[in-house]
Design a protein around this ligand. Structure first.
Ligand code: UDP
Ligand code: MG
Length: 318
């Protein structure tokens, strides 16, 4: 019998745990041709998530608990989960039922058809706020421009099924700046999308605010591409050419106005314009130094080579 692992990162999800297992078991119990292992990664929860998981583990022996020494973040939890998973296929999903368990049979069917990555793709974002919808759309536009040959699918979060081959390849990627939704498309293989409507969280609250969304966007971009580092080079060439032309034009006009005695106004060098240009140049410079720092900071993290999580307890499934 084929075994499939579910990987579920959990941070302060005590309210969701009973509901999650109720819903997931309903779906898994119908899939009698497969054996399931549920890898729950407790990402340093401060509430009763771990004790509830342990209690559940006593009733249900297919639960594998990986518990971190502290909160390391969603990406670290996913990384630990897919490393611990032993199934022939691995499904990564959130604990809050926003990734609907009822989609699992469809993900498995596509896998059985021979697809090695089955993405769950959101079809509507009507329930998201205007701001979230538009920042997400802008993010996908930018990342698809920057990621080159790696096609990062739009509106696909972490919810997806990976074949063992893909899981092994993702596990082999060494980077510390791990963004699951960038790493999976990077390794490639046969991919298909399955569409679904994302529901609202029934209990608990989101751990992502706008600041963490921007951090994720920054991590995704620096993980997917080095193109932003080349922008300053291109802009530098453009500005140098532009100002050279303006300078030559200005000198020419000055020469004409002096020698032919033709009263032409050359470019107005008033103080305000000079101050404005200085601040503009400073802004542009700081912007590009900022981009550089984003990459340099990550080089530092990669060279430090610290583990991205520490496991405190590891209770395996039977
Ligand atoms: N999560 C985690 N570590 C964190 C933050 C979140 O493991 O530091 C888990 C969380 O328990 C949930 C999943 O990651 O299972 C997605 O989090 P959330 O629902 O808050 O994100 P959203 O759906 O709002 O993007
Ligand atoms: Mg959620």
């Amino acid at each position: 019998m084929k075994e499939i692992s579910l990987v579920v990162p959990m941070y302060n999800e005590e309210e969701m745990i009973p509901l999650f297992f109720e819903e997931i078991n309903k779906v898994l119990n119908k899939l009698v041709d497969y054996k399931f292992e549920i890898v729950c990664v407790n990402d340093g929860s401060k509430d009763n998530t771990l004790s509830l998981l342990k209690k559940k583990r006593q009733e249900q022996s297919n639960i594998h608990i990986v518990s971190f020494s502290r909160n390391f973040g969603h990406e670290s939890a996913v990384a630990a989960g897919i490393k611990a998973a032993r199934g022939e296929a691995v499904i990564v999903m959130d604990a809050d039922l926003q990734d609907p368990p009822k989609l699992i049979p469809e993900l498995i069917n596509k896998w059985e058809e021979g697809y090695q990555v089955v993405n769950a793709k959101r079809v509507d974002r009507k329930k998201d706020s205007w701001m979230k919808r538009n920042t997400a759309a802008a993010f996908y536009k930018v990342i698809s421009k920057l990621s080159g040959k790696t096609k990062i699918p739009e509106n696909v979060g972490n919810y997806r099924l990976l074949d063992r081959v893909v899981v092994d390849q993702v596990n082999l990627l060494k980077e510390k700046n791990r963004v699951f939704r960038v790493m999976v498309p990077y390794v490639g293989y046969k991919v298909i999308d399955v569409e679904f409507k994302r529901e609202e969280r029934p209990k608990g609250k989101t751990h992502y605010n706008y600041k963490s969304m921007f951090t994720l966007a920054g991590n995704s971009i620096t993980s997917a591409s080095i193109i932003p580092l080349k922008w300053s080079f291109k802009l530098g060439i453009f500005l140098t050419c532009l100002f050279s032309v303006l300078f030559v034009a200005d000198i020419t006009l000055w020469v004409i106005s002096n020698f032919i005695n033709w009263p032409l106004d050359v470019i107005p060098y008033d103080t305000l314009a000079i101050i404005f240009s200085m601040f503009l140049c400073l802004g542009i410079l700081l912007f590009f130094i900022g981009i550089l720092c984003e990459y340099v900071g990550r080089i530092m993290i990669e060279t430090q080579d610290r583990p991205i999580y520490y496991v405190d307890e590891d209770i395996k499934a039977d």
